[in-house]
Design a protein around this ligand. Sequence first.
Ligand code: AVJ
Length: 324
Amino acid sequence: MTYTYTDRLPEDFALHQLRTDVRVGLTATPKWLPPKWFYDKTGSDLFEQITELPEYYPTRAEASILRERAAEIVGRSGARELVELGSGSSTKTRMLLDALVAAAGPGAGYVALDVSESALRSAAAALADDYAGLVVHAVRADFEHDLGLSAAGPAGRRLVAFLGGTIGNFEPASRAAFLARLQAALAPGDRFLLGADLVKSPAVLVPAYDDAAGVTAAFNLNVLSVVNHVLGADFDPTGFRHVALWDARNAWIEMRLQSQRDQVVDVAGLDLSVPFAAGEHLRTEISAKFTRDRVTGELAAAGFAPDGWWTDAEGRFSLSLWKV
Ligand code: AVJ
């Protein structure tokens, strides 16, 4: 089978957004860059490696819930279409699709939303090949601002999945805005499936973001290479050190890059010089961790009603189902 492709973003969208983010983030105090820029080809490969690290439990924990519960979740949702925020080609997507195709039969649909055309096309092509009879749509959209849910045309009930714990990358205010927008975009009968990582001991959390093999450090530092390539900056990655810390008050992991010396970084494409003091931190990611009460409270505030809660056997990660 083949797939359809809809582009809802201007071609230079990513470049424009990166320019704005770098200008705003690197002139702020303290400095920051949003985590979405980790994921060029190298960064995506490094993230795949992270998911296989002994210390990084979220991917395995979420997959173990799906292995046991995908059929129950899809059955309870009554969905004919799976909409995934972020283009999934992974085992996790396939566990949901197996259940969907079994339950909905021919005419079941899959919609992937992502900002990356290449990620969308490779995921959509692979899934269209492997699932005969599955109608596959790839939609290039920025789901933080445009859910693109209308792009694929009328379907039956939809199950919108936001997996992996990526919800934790949002600042609390953007998370609330995103959830409210999603709630408003869903029709009665639609369901939202959320993967959220749970609060646990820093002795487990910190190594998950600071592994012994140094893969997460390479992933974090890679964002400097992205800025170098795309905006002609001259970051020297060896001038920075990976830092992961647990912020207990905010209940989030913070990843930072710490400048190892006084240095000035030139961003040619922005005509910008950025001074870093020795020891100064650049924040590159927050990864919030949740309690069941917090998930329930935030989803209720956005207008969702609970329809299911599952964790892995060790209670590390949650999947939860919501109706509007
Ligand atoms: C893909 C955003 C869920 O926050 O755990 C992994 C990204 N960062 N190691 C996460 C990540 C460092 C990951 N998410």
